[in-house]
Design a protein around this ligand. Structure first.
Ligand code: NAD
Ligand code: WQD
Length: 338
């Protein structure tokens, strides 16, 4: 079976390519490298000892997509490609809507032209907006507070409408919680450009000496220690969730929605101590005001994925921290250091 992985050079995409190749799938990647490196592809091949087909192309280029679907016999698509920085999406809404929405529309159009009707889509816990209670179930109300979140909500709707119009489509909407960690080899991992927005890459850059201290955004939330609580999930567990989704969708049209999280919540200060323990490095921090738009607590009810996909996250917080640290320590400048 050949799987087209859009955004396959990115953080979650590269880890998913490793697991796909390990399980014997043929992998075709399309990525414009706007937020990633070709080196990630080479490392995926090194880790697995297998090769994949890589197209450095933009989803906004329909002729390029046409060419890929004509040349490759694709059975299903895992669609990661997109812009993902919440703050940037507020500053650059047109770029976010254009890239994420138009890119997906063109992808789906090319899929339809070539009779490929199986898609696994990267959605996000951000679609739950400000949940009233936790743990968060898939049937909770949906909302968005920024353009990035709106693109995820809109794309969930667009893919659902596609199935309504043509019930041969099989659509898996996977709502990720907070992916962290890296492949245990330390050869691939998250490589943010500039100063990281997200907690774990910020912590690892403090540990390696690139940033002086962590800013903890708020210690006055209604949580056990006052800092924000999230459901951190190891990126390899997340990658394996995609393979379960592919297996379950085979021959079963419909739209299915799953949370991919662990069901456990950890605070920012929990993360600091877990990371210090795993790395042996002190993480100095300063308490700062709350970050606008943040919520106090967010964690998944992962029961539906456990029951229907037969998937649960296996890797604990210690392993997430150890693997994030191995990647950062071995690659202090990410993929840019070779
Ligand atoms: P990433 O930026 O590392 O990977 C996305 C990849 O898509 C990059 O390699 C980028 O170059 C590529 N890309 C972007 N626009 C493209 C286009 N027009 N054409 C071709 N390639 C394009 O991000 P990630 O963390 O791996 O996230 C993957 C997906 O998961 C995204 O859709 C993101 O919104 C979603 N998601 C991520 C998180 C997270 O915290 N990392 C959480 C929830 C959902
Ligand atoms: C986690 C916690 C921060 C950085 C984002 C997106 C979400 C999804 C995952 C894509 C919060 C605190 C952070 C720092 C801090 N992405 N923090 N200092 O905000 O839960 O989710 O990424 O879909 O849509 O919004 O993740 O890692 O930014 O923050 O104190 O320097 O760490 O306040 O409590 P978040 P995060």
């Amino acid at each position: 079976m050949a799987i087209l992985v859009t955004g396959g050079a990115g953080y979650i995409g590269s880890h998913t390519c490793v697991e796909l190749l390990n399980q014997g799938y043929e992998v075709v990647v399309v990525d414009n490298l706007s937020n990633s490196s070709r080196k990630a592809i080479a490392r995926v091949e090194q880790i697995t000892g297998k090769s994949l087909t890589f197209y450095e192309e933009d989803l906004l280029d329909y002729a390029a997509l046409e060419n890929i679907f004509s040349r490759e016999k694709i059975d299903a698509v895992i669609h990661f490609a997109g812009l993902k920085a919440v703050g940037e999406s507020v500053q650059m809404p047109l770029e976010y809507y254009h890239n994420n929405i138009t890119g997906t529309l063109l992808l789906c159009q090319a899929m339809r032209e070539h009779g490929v009707k199986n898609i696994v889509f990267s959605s996000s816990a951000t679609v739950y907006g400000r949940p009233e209670t936790v743990p968060i179930r898939e049937d909770f109300p949906l909302s968005a507070t920024n353009p990035y979140g709106h693109t995820k909500l809109m794309l969930e709707q667009i893919l659902t409408d596609l199935y309504t119009a043509d019930p041969e489509w099989s659509v898996m909407l996977l709502r990720y919680f907070n992916p962290i960690g890296a492949h245990e080899s330390g050869m691939i991992g998250e490589d943010p450009k500039g100063i990281p927005n997200n907690l774990m890459p910020y912590i690892t850059q403090v540990a390696v000496g690139k940033l002086p201290h962590l800013n903890v955004f708020g210690n006055d939330y209604d949580t056990p220690d006052g800092s924000g609580v999230r459901d951190y999930i190891h990126v390899v567990d997340l990658a394996l969730g995609h393979i379960k989704a592919l297996q379950k969708m085979e021959g079963r049209p419909g739209v299915k929605i799953y949370n991919l999280g662990t069901g456990k919540g950890y605070s920012v200060l929990d993360m600091v101590s877990a990371f210090e323990k795993a790395s042996g490095k002190p993480i100095p921090y300063k308490i700062m005001p709350r970050r606008p738009g943040d919520i106090a607590i967010c964690y998944a009810d992962p029961a539906k994925a456990r029951e229907e996909l037969e998937w649960t996250a296996q890797r604990d917080l210690a392993q997430m921290c150890e693997d994030s640290w191995r990647w950062q320590k071995n690659n202090p400048d990410g993929y840019g250091n070779e």
